[in-house]
Design a protein around this ligand. Structure first.
Ligand code: NCD
Length: 317
């Protein structure tokens, strides 16, 4: 198998074989750690892993924190708000400092798209993209794929509709690159202003009812209000629930009992009805459960893949 990248920024950096292997290892992790088991591996005790979140997070940050510690690694919760970033130090210096302190891998969330690119060669610390601006969120897409397969929804020949603000969604951008590799047809559905040209990878639609009728799976997105700065994007909020909100009634109209996913946090009552969240169709909590197993698998692949030159070479100063 090809070497796992030492900086995981986007889905395209992974081969199909590597993705398959991540799915297999996630399934093994699910067995080993299920029912809140704490069964760390001796071989991971030597690693120090940090999360560095420069944007808010509940799910991604904490599932990484749990995955890191359940594997047996030492965990450093880097607190950006109390750090020297506030004194003007830049991220590169911060990562170099963490590296010299012994951190092997850092999960970085940043509001700047493609920022991890700047750190691909220096410093020699491994990096996982925990979401970079509107670019990608590869670990979310991978755990979504794992959840679908784990819940018995193989993707070959299936149609999955991603509903909402795809333009600003780093999750969509990763899913669009991942799901078709597993034979899924992807539709992006939402107001025109929230759709983007996927160069033919996904079909675009503004009609949710039509999409529901064709779909085997729905994936709902949060409206990313924090990323909207033009009236073109904000005027849509008013009728959004009516046009694009998914409720049990709406699904029942077409006799559809299909899985509904959401990466969270959800605007319950807007893009997703309270009734859907409480129903057996909703896989959101399974996504959260499985996030720990997939993130463990990603950490394992990246930590094990220690390049001779990375991790042992003293830095030139
Ligand atoms: C997403 C994110 O932050 O990119 N959530 C997540 O990581 N679970 C999506 C969102 O914020 O809407």
């Amino acid at each position: 198998m090809n070497k796992f990248p030492s900086v995981l920024e986007c889905i395209e950096e992974l081969t199909f074989e590597q993705i398959r292997s991540l799915l297999d290892v996630s399934a093994q992790n699910k067995i080993r750690f299920e029912d809140r088991q704490f069964a760390p591996y001796e071989s991971y005790r030597k690693f120090v892993v940090s999360t560095s979140f420069l944007e808010h997070s509940t799910r991604t940050k904490h599932s990484f924190a749990i995955a890191i510690q359940k594997l047996g690694c030492m965990y450093l919760d880097f607190n950006a708000e109390k750090s020297s970033l506030q004194k003007g130090e830049n991220i590169e210096e911060t990562l170099l400092t963490l590296w010299h302190q012994g951190v092997d891998l850092c999960v970085l969330r940043t509001s700047v798209s493609h920022q991890l690119n700047e750190f691909k060669n220096l410093p020699p610390i491994k990096l996982i993209n925990g979401g970079d601006g509107v670019n990608e969120h590869p670990t979310q897409a991978l755990l979504d794929l794992f959840t679908l397969i784990d819940q018995g929804h193989e993707l070959e020949g299936k149609t999955i509709t991603i509903v909402g603000d795809s333009l600003h969604s780093r999750v969509t951008h990763s899913l669009v690159r991942l799901l078709p590799q597993f034979g899924a047809k992807v539709i992006l559905c939402g107001p025109d202003e929230y759709l983007y040209d996927t160069k033919g990878v996904a079909t675009l639609s503004t009609n949710l009812d039509e999409c529901i009728q064709q779909s085997d799976i729905l994936y709902l997105l949060r409206i990313q209000k924090e990323r909207h700065n033009s009236p073109r994007h904000t005027q849509i909020y008013e009728n959004y629930a009516e046009q694009f909100g998914v409720t049990l009634d709406r699904l029942a109209k077409f006799n559809k009992k299909i899985p509904v996913l959401h990466p969270g946090p959800a605007n319950i009552g807007l893009e997703i009805g309270h009734d859907v969240v409480k129903s057996e169709l909703f896989l959101g909590y399974q996504q959260v459960v499985n996030s720990v197993y997939m993130r463990m698998a990603i950490l394992m692949a990246m930590l094990e893949n220690r390049d001779k030159n990375i991790g042992h070479k003293p830095l030139a100063v």
